[in-house]
Unconditional design. Structure first.
Length: 218
């Protein structure tokens, strides 16, 4: 007679005590009472429930992890955007502030030249620092500045290491506060407008570097 097995979720059939054969379907109702079958079903259901719970917990942990990683990724992206905005704001501020600062500096120097006759001596002395090793110097200045430089000739001479001759002359084409320095090695244009132009060019180079840096962050 063909045997039949009662299959649950876990296991291949309903078994009785060890060393006992698998119960055929024909003898099922006599060999195993209803409550015994229910016990087997309960155990099987509990085992399945535990397996499902474990799987749910794993999925939950995975979702939490992925959620954290996604949140962290968004946080990093937001930080990068903030840094980019800071760079852009700084760049725009510099574009506005630097020309204003330069204009203010010109006014301050102009005002200082009007109020103090020694201001031109300081400006010329600063320009002479590049040629302190030269021996023959001719300084061309505006007529308004000639007297102040002559009064402070010794201060100017003291800048040089081994000066042989120092000549100070006026030139109509030189604005007050600036000078042209002639040495045995060449000529230096230290007029104020030329110095402002050098500063402006330096600002322009700096702005271009900042623009390049900002593009690199983009």
């Amino acid at each position: 007679m063909k045997k039949k097995f009662f299959s649950l979720i876990h296991g291949n059939g309903v078994h009785v005590a060890p060393e006992t054969r698998v119960i055929p379907a024909e003898e099922f109702s006599q060999a195993l009472e209803a409550y015994q079958l229910m016990e087997e079903v309960k155990k099987d259901a509990l085992k399945y429930k535990q397996g499902v719970a474990e799987e749910i917990e794993k999925l939950k942990e995975q979702a939490q992890k992925e959620g954290f990683e996604e949140g962290f990724k968004k946080w990093v992206e937001q930080i990068a955007k903030v840094e980019e905005e800071i760079i852009n704001v700084r760049h725009e501020t510099e574009k506005v502030a630097l020309p204003i600062a330069l204009k203010a500096a010109k006014k301050i120097v102009g005002r200082e030249l009007e109020l103090s006759e020694t201001a031109v001596v300081d400006i010329v002395s600063n320009s002479l620092k590049a040629v302190v090793t030269h021996k023959k110097i001719t300084i061309y200045v505006n007529k308004k500045d000639l007297e102040a430089l002559e009064k402070n000739r010794q201060q100017v001479k003291d800048l040089f290491e081994s000066l042989e001759t120092l000549i100070i002359r006026e030139r109509a084409d030189i604005e007050s506060g600036g000078c042209i320095i002639e040495t045995e090695g060449g000529i230096i244009n230290a007029q104020l407008e030329n110095q402002w132009r050098i500063i402006e060019n330096a600002f322009d180079r700096m702005m271009k570097q900042h623009e390049k840096a900002a593009q690199g962050h983009g």
